[in-house]
Design a binder for this molecule. Sequence first.
Ligand SMILES: NC(=O)c1ccc[n+]([C@@H]2O[C@H](COP(=O)([O-])OP(=O)(O)OC[C@H]3O[C@@H](n4cnc5c(N)ncnc54)[C@H](OP(=O)(O)O)[C@@H]3O)[C@@H](O)[C@H]2O)c1
Length: 260
Amino acid sequence: MLAAWCLLYLVVLLLAVKYAYRAYAGRCYSTNRLDGKLAIVTGASAGIGAETCLDFARRGARVIMACRNLEKAQRVAANIKRMSGNEAVTVKKLDLASLASVRAFCNDILKTETALHILVNNAGIGGSVQKQMSEDGFELTMASNHYGHFLLTNMLGKLLKNGAPSRVVCVASLAYFWTGKMDVEDLNFRNIPYGDYRAYSLSKLANILMTRELARRLEGTGVTTYSVHVYRCNYVLRTPRLRGHRNIPQELGDGGRLVC
Ligand SMILES: NC(=O)c1ccc[n+]([C@@H]2O[C@H](COP(=O)([O-])OP(=O)(O)OC[C@H]3O[C@@H](n4cnc5c(N)ncnc54)[C@H](OP(=O)(O)O)[C@@H]3O)[C@@H](O)[C@H]2O)c1
């Protein structure tokens, strides 16, 4: 009997924390128009990136989806165009784990655009179970989640200044909290034991530190920077069992719609 009461107490406590967190975290219900604005969103072929592009497109922005898998991204872009009625949604190749790819993407943008208003550094991977290295010799999670975005943001800085008031949004995570001490001498985990969650949380801390330093350096330029945490999000329709459990009208990507 005591065990049942304890269990009930635990369930109620967990639900209270969940709903308090949701209420505290809030949602964006902005309907501000973005006509005439250019937005670049990385990792837009799925999840939060795809949903962000849909919202921007619905509000009239011109959107560039910066993605590594062009075929998948084109399918998502087609859905975004159909759902938003906005045809100004394009896909461009960007693999953030490759500095050469970031440079090629930025050089293309610098040639074709004169101003950028919104940059969403969203793309991210959870750490892989086994440590992997990028083609540039960096630990893959840091390379994908941080170094690529660092180079991207720096190379597009001039366009962001031209577009001011403009903003950089880094999709970070509360996971940064579990990093512990950041050893800047060993970001490749040569001496520090590698762990997937450790690599992920380190990359998210790096996102936040970059955003804060950018805010300091860009003060007075009209470019503002933000790091955000998204409350645990899932692609509900990935699980066929869950289809129909929520009132989600259309699919956006291969995996379905995002709910937070
Ligand atoms: N979901 C959550 O609950 C949660 C919580 C806190 C923070 N976040 C952060 O939110 C961001 C998006 O998460 P999500 O849940 O939407 O993830 P997701 O559904 O797995 O989508 C990740 C996106 O990033 C892209 N990507 C990964 N590596 C890339 C690379 N090297 N170059 C270019 N694109 C790359 C993926 O491309 P492909 O389609 O080609 O794989 C995909 O479009 C991440 O930064 C994550 O850390 C998520």
